[in-house]
Write a protein that binds this ligand. Structure first.
Ligand SMILES: *Cc1c(COP(=O)(O)O)cnc(C)c1O
Ligand SMILES: [Zn+2]
Length: 475
């Protein structure tokens, strides 16, 4: 019997290191260094491993043996029970709040909306994480690294969920103080309420997410604060486990498609890395295809990948179209704008890594309108547990790719529902009350006119007969 759960004889610093993703650079750095970019070429960093020194199971299904050990927090966590595949942290430094207890739900009603054969659509509910979004998968990993190196303050720029997650880890562990940067007026109330209640120092700057992201980097390097945005490679290590849990729920069968909304592109990048490593380690024999869905009002990836044809190209990315695109955006003063605030990002920090993921997974990118997002969200809610607007981009994207014949009705498709239904009640209520004032305020200005699946509240006088009549009429 292989005892892969035993601590390997090597220490984490002998197994794990940081490495520039650019094949022409490949500079390496220690696992205990705090970096947000390669110091040689400015490229993005990976956490890499000497797999020969690590303890890897002979078969991926061996991870199921952790279930019998659920009193151990590191086996209970849906992230750390896969820690052999992210072996950068000594167990005693791992900070976990029990993240990753999520659920893969097969749903035929949403499947029919998308246009798939019965039994083929699966929704991965990452909103079930402790702070209500997939961000906890990454935050436990980045926070653990911050703890490893002795940080006392951690910061992020956020459209809301990263800050909610960081603030939660700070509040629960008492190990660090959270400093969060948000664009003024750009955050859903569910998310803002979390940051405030968990006690984070919340800095609202006059600008949008892209502005906040630039500032937080400057502030962190000036004040020596640990940065937990997804530019932090340790975050992405934790997010790899979303794919491991999807595979586990499918009894280790690889689906045909993984579909995920794209914002800063950390999640999609981590999925690509997960599959690259699983394939390399011989734990899976094929990788799924990856579809990344942008909102039409925040469509940098879709424009550069699908319109300009920018590719990973073995790390030799043609930067000319990318620079041209950003120059034009700057000149026009164009800002990201979508109801799906979690993906309202025009300058995705993980762009290059994401190109690598698209390469590994034979990926496609699509963009969809706010109305398509909200219609898909209504269908997700009507067919199950629900999600926030950005999450529904995955389902709307699946529908579009079905219509285009890129996904076949017989394909097995997993859509990642990145955030909880209650994160952004304003958008949901506005959608379902199309005849009321909020709709115009919230959605009308975005050109959304028709809510196909609105479930309107019925107004009735406070009178028994009228109420009975209304119920008979509408039910
Ligand atoms: C952060 C977030 C996204 C975007 O993920 P990226 O990794 O930035 O691409 C999508 N949906 C929700 C709910 C999020 O919180
Ligand atoms: Zn480099």
């Amino acid at each position: 019997m292989r005892l892969f759960m035993q601590t390997p004889s090597k220490t984490v610093s002998e197994i794990a290191f940081q490495q520039c993703i650019s094949p022409s650079c490949r500079a390496t750095f220690g696992v205990d260094e705090v970096l947000t970019a390669c110091t040689k070429c400015g490229g993005l960093l990976d956490v890499s491993y000497d797999w020969n020194a690590a303890a890897i199971p002979a078969s991926i299904s061996e991870f199921e043996s952790k279930w019998s050990n659920r009193h151990d927090p590191l086996c209970y966590s849906g992230v750390w029970r896969f820690r052999e595949l992210l072996p950068f942290a000594p167990p005693e430094k791992i900070v976990t709040v029990g993240e990753g207890q999520t659920l893969l739900q097969q749903t035929n009603s949403v499947g029919a909306f998308v246009g798939l054969d019965a039994g083929n659509l699966f929704l991965q509910y990452e909103g079930m994480n402790p702070s209500g979004s997939f961000k906890d998968n990454g935050m436990t990993a980045a926070f653990t690294h911050a703890h490893m190196i002795g940080a006392s303050q951690a910061a992020c720029a956020s459209t809301g969920n990263t800050s909610a997650s960081l603030a939660m880890y700070c509040a629960v562990s008492r190990l660090m103080k959270a400093v969060i940067f948000i664009g003024s007026g750009k955050i859903a109330y569910g998310k803002l309420s979390q940051a405030l209640e968990y006690g984070a120092l919340t800095v609202a700057i006059n600008g949008d997410f892209d502005d906040a992201m630039l500032r937080v980097k400057e502030v962190c390097s000036k004040l020596g604060i640990y940065l937990v945005n997804s530019i932090n490679p340790f975050r992405l290590e934790g997010q790899k486990t979303i794919m491991l849990r999807v595979l586990e729920s499918l009894q280790w069968q690889v689906p045909d498609w993984i579909i995920v909304p794209g914002g800063n592109l950390g999640n999609s990048s981590s999925f690509g890395k997960a599959f690259m490593e699983l394939k390399h380690l011989g734990l899976i024999d094929r990788v799924p295809r990856l579809a990344i869905i942008n909102a039409a009002g925040a469509n940098t990836l879709s424009q550069l990948y699908e319109e300009s044809g920018v590719r990973w190209n073995d790390g030799e990315i043609d930067n000319a179209p990318v620079e041209k695109y950003y120059d034009a955006m700057q000149a026009a003063g164009r800002k990201a704008s979508t109801i799906a605030s979690a993906i309202e990002i025009n300058r995705p920090v993980n762009f290059e890594k994401c190109l690598r993921a698209l390469d590994v997974c034979d990926g496609v990118v699509r963009e969809i309108s706010d109305l398509e997002i909200l219609d898909a969200k209504a269908q997700v809610g009507a067919g199950g547990i629900g999600c926030e607007p950005a999450s529904a981009a995955s389902v709307a994207g699946a529908k579009l790719l079905r219509e285009q014949g890129i996904i076949a009705p017989s394909d097995r498709v997993v859509c990642i529902l990145t955030g909880h239904q209650l994160k952004d009640p304003t958008a949901t209520v506005a959608y379902h009350t199309t005849d009321q004032e909020e709709f115009n305020e919230v959605l009308g200005s975005r050109g959304v006119q028709r809510a196909s699946y609105a479930n309107r509240a019925v107004s009735v006088p406070n009178d028994l007969n009228e109420i009975v009549r209304a119920i008979q009429l509408y039910s």
